[in-house]
Design a protein around this ligand. Structure first.
Ligand SMILES: [Zn+2]
Length: 699
């Protein structure tokens, strides 16, 4: 093997793994990471290498996949007749070659007219629908073309799908169709998913339970595919899915003798059939229809990516048969990719309701696929770095089946001299607070939660919520109104509202009684327990449970505040103390430190504490000899687990920490205790045996 062949082998190996991964993302998880054009480029590169080094041809060849095997979780269904893919043609010359091939194969004279059906190619998910005695009995995805996934229960929820056929039907037949989502439905659905994802992020920020992950689909096809492959048919039922039927698989008898006859029959049987389909009698008519569809493409209310031409006569289709995986009697005449290049003028950073910083491309306006585009999302800072996108670059913009345009790459030759890599800001453009990115996160977030205008309303809503400060009469709408009226910008402002009676009374529809009630509700919450106060701040990852641990450990607001500020120094005693609290992991400690490291937060916090000073944490069970003491367990206990012992100690009012320091009051020493026991002796800390501990624990 020569050096270059070895290099090619290595690259092919890498491409095979990469393409297989994208196949799985696309077909099984409905969550592609790259655009169709980027995928096609990978496949083209692999095929090119194979052509140059035939010895390297692989058995698996993932670039020859027309789909992927069914994912785990769905039963497998073998199609009666394989669901194969169509060859593509681009342009009139290739289509003429396709027609010539048909005439040659059938032995027809060169001038013989051919009749084709022409159907817009819907960009959705192909399904195979089995009917027996006119009843829908089973439905499946295409899968790898031979075996698909049984999604019968989900398909039953589609209003477009007839459960019983209205026309006379063969005993057993497979109907082929495409499930899709209209553009308008997709945009509404996507917006709802985005809101759900934000809501989930807000729950994460409050340290609440998250529930199922929310997928925000990139295009209508992904949305349709994801909706059809739900575990719960009720979820599918709630999605706006549509169906067009267009073909036949296995059939015990033919309901028609041509494709156009079949489409008529499908319509009579109760299936939606695309109303734009037409019969064309020549290559010239085919080309005219193709051009008409391309010009209408942007205004259709669903996505199409070309036109499917099928030789109309079934007997001729039969004779032509298949070559490899594609029929000789049909092709997909694809539209050219909707691509354009334009100049990137700027990268704006937008701040979401939960503090996420999202980059957005601002471009010289350009028309792509009939739509003028000025903005495109750049997703996150990693994506900008990966594609090395710089301000001033000429970027390639694509709308390939995507309603939302994407920047797929740049034109390196057109880069202006001196263009610098984009420096993603480390401060929030909305409030100036520092913005941080956690290790496992691709998103950078603003830490100025209490003051950031982008997050303000979200934070205020959390602050007054039932499990936080629980202020009645301050609902989402009222907060929005008071914020818009300039009466409410920070949590402290809530407690200044009682002093602004006149301004409140001046609001439209606000009477004496309403203002009175609101003021009373606010006053009743001016002194809240420390744990509620901490939870109400809405610090990311600080849920109710964590707030309780912090309140119990530090006791008073003043102590907590002082220790948190001290904990900003890595390796400091305060930082060790924070990390040693049972139930506080490094991620939570990090969030607290970040929060206190932002001076704007500290100012807002002190402002709030002046208006609404929290009550000290209640000291639990003060009659226990270890109440209020700091306790460390070391070694193995025989009568209870370490976890149980620590929980018991906390219930008795002790603070449990992991390491022995000057602040430790008691060390409980079990069997095989190591350095901690020695350290306790060295510091003169009181040491208890397991028996002594049990006497206390069992009261
Ligand atoms: Zn901010």
């Amino acid at each position: 093997m020569s050096g270059s062949e070895a290099e090619a082998a290595a690259e092919l190996e890498r491409l095979a793994a990469e393409i297989a991964r994208h196949n799985a993302l696309y077909y099984q998880q409905d969550a592609p990471e790259i655009s169709d054009a980027e995928y096609d480029a990978l496949v083209a590169r692999a095929r090119d290498l194979e052509a140059r080094f035939p010895a390297l041809r692989r058995e698996d060849r993932p670039w020859h996949r027309v789909g992927a095997p069914p994912a785990a979780g769905f039963a497998k269904v073998r199609h009666g007749v394989p669901m194969l893919s169509l060859d593509n043609v681009f342009g009139a010359a290739q289509f003429a070659e396709f027609a010539r091939g048909i005439r040659r194969f059938l032995g027809l004279p060169p001038g013989q007219a051919l009749r084709f059906t022409a159907e817009p190619k819907i960009d959705g998910l192909s399904v195979n629908l089995l009917y027996e005695h006119g009843r829908f009995v089973r439905g499946a995805t295409r899968g790898d073309g031979l075996v698909g996934e049984d999604i019968t229960a989900n398909l039953r929820t589609l209003k477009d799908l007839p459960l019983r056929l209205e026309a006379d039907a063969p005993e057993r037949m497979e109907i082929r169709g495409e499930v899709y989502m209209t553009r308008a439905d997709f945009l509404a659905f996507r917006a709802a998913q985005e809101r759900a994802a934000e809501e989930r992020e807000a729950r994460r920020a409050r340290g609440e339970k998250l529930g199922e992950a929310v997928q925000v689909p990139a295009n209508p096809r992904n949305a349709a595919a994801g909706s059809l492959r739900q575990k719960d048919p009720a979820v599918t039922a709630a999605r706006p899915l549509r169906l067009f039927a267009y073909g036949l698989g296995e059939a015990s008898a033919l309901p028609a003798d041509s494709q156009s006859g079949l489409l008529d029959w499908l319509a009579r049987a109760g299936f939606p059939v695309n109303p734009l389909f037409r019969v064309v009698e020549s290559e010239a008519e085919a080309e005219a229809f193709q051009a008409e569809m391309e010009s209408r493409r942007a205004s259709l209310d669903y996505e199409i990516d070309g036109v499917v031409f099928k030789l109309d006569r079934f007997d001729w289709q039969q004779r032509l048969g298949f070559v490899g995986r594609a029929p000789r009697w049909a092709v997909a005449w694809k539209f050219p990719a909707e691509q354009a290049t334009t100049r990137l003028l700027d990268i704006e950073i937008q701040v979401g309701r939960t503090g996420a910083l999202t980059p957005r491309a601002v471009m010289e306006p350009v028309v792509v696929g009939g739509v003028t585009v000025r903005h495109a999302t750049l997703h996150n800072e990693e994506e900008i770095a990966r594609k090395d996108i710089r301000i001033g670059d000429t970027v390639i913009l694509q709308r390939a089946g995507d309603v939302i345009p994407q920047i797929t790459g740049i034109v390196p030759e057109k880069r202006p001299p001196g263009a610098k890599p984009f420096a993603f800001p480390h401060t929030c453009p909305a409030c100036g607070s520092h913005a941080v990115r956690e290790k496992e996160d691709v998103v950078r977030r603003c830490t100025g939660g209490l003051t950031c205008p982008a997050q303000r309303v979200e934070r205020l809503k959390h602050f007054v919520s039932r499990r936080a400060m629980d202020i009645e009469g301050l609902g989402e709408e009222t907060i929005g109104l008071l914020h818009a009226e300039g009466l409410l910008a920070s949590p402290a402002d809530i407690f200044r509202l009682p002093a602004r009676r006149e301004a409140l009374l001046a609001l439209e529809g606000w009477g004496e009684k309403k203002v009175q009630n609101l003021i009373a509700a606010i006053e009743s919450r001016r002194r809240m327990p420390l744990e509620r106060f901490i939870f109400a701040l809405g610090i990311r990852r600080i849920g109710e449970q964590t707030a309780k641990l912090l309140a119990r450990h530090y006791g008073t607001f003043e102590t907590w505040r002082e220790r948190m500020i001290a904990a900003r120094v890595p390796g400091s005693e305060a930082r060790e103390e924070l990390g040693a609290i049972q139930g506080i992991g490094p991620a939570i400690a990090e969030e607290l430190v970040e929060f206190f490291a932002e001076p704007r937060n500290l100012a807002a916090l002190d402002d709030l504490a002046r208006e609404a000073p929290p009550l000290p944490a209640e000291a639990p069970a003060a009659d226990s000899p270890i109440a209020g003491k700091t306790i460390v367990f070391t070694g193995t206990l025989s009568a209870m687990t370490r976890q149980e012992a620590e929980a018991r100690a906390e219930a008795l009012g002790a603070k449990v920490t992991k390491s022995v320091s000057r602040k430790t009051d008691v060390v409980v020493v079990g069997a095989d205790a190591g350095s901690k026991a020695a350290r306790a002796a060295e510091l003169g800390v009181r040491v208890l045996s397991e028996a002594e501990w049990l006497a206390i624990a069992r009261g």
